[in-house]
Ligand binder design. Sequence first.
Ligand SMILES: [Zn+2]
Length: 240
Amino acid sequence: MTMRLIGPVYLIGGQDYNRVYVDWPANDPNVYLIDSGDTFVMVDCGCGESLSGILSNVEQMEFEVRDISHLLLTHEHFPHAAAAAAVQKMGIEVLASEAAADAVRSGDLRTAAFWYNRQFPSYEGPLTELEDGQHIEVGRLSLKALALPGHSPGSMGYELVVDDCRMLFCGDVVRSPLLDSFRGRPDYDRECYVSSLKTLLEEPPEVLYPGHGPFCLSHGRTWIQEELKKVLSYGPRGVS
Ligand SMILES: [Zn+2]
């Protein structure tokens, strides 16, 4: 089952597509596929068990799995990045922020795998580190990496402009239903988070593709403002 969203963007995985039951009530995030006109770019890759289901979703379209060339990780948390090693072994280039790449390579507490009573799968292949503002050119696409630390140190958004419409793959930075429970985490940084959200509000995208839950197909600014309000409503050390 796949869903075409806007322009070249498809939904190929997520908690209601390839349900994975883990010990903690969490699941695959939204997994996106972007058609560059040449090859395909995946955004996030799920917990691992669901990868074959995600790839079979790709095959059910007119697309070939072997044409997927890049995987962009929005951050280092287990549901988003656990399948990255398996994806890399398929010959797909994996890209992430420096902090997320470091966490994925080490598989340590920063991946939050312990929340799910899992080991983070060992990652030994190459992993391309992205800098804030860096452009990723694939086929006719130009994606811009935006460092958005706060939810986690390695959180990074990916901006895509299609027909003058600015879209952002924002991971768990906006609209994560799990966000409240993450506020007491050691790597949650409220100050950074507020700053990232304020930066986004300077030139907000119209469309938001979050890591969890429904998409914001318009009024991105409103959803970012809502998130900022929520973050500010908590104290600096999380839920009090
Ligand atoms: Zn997260």
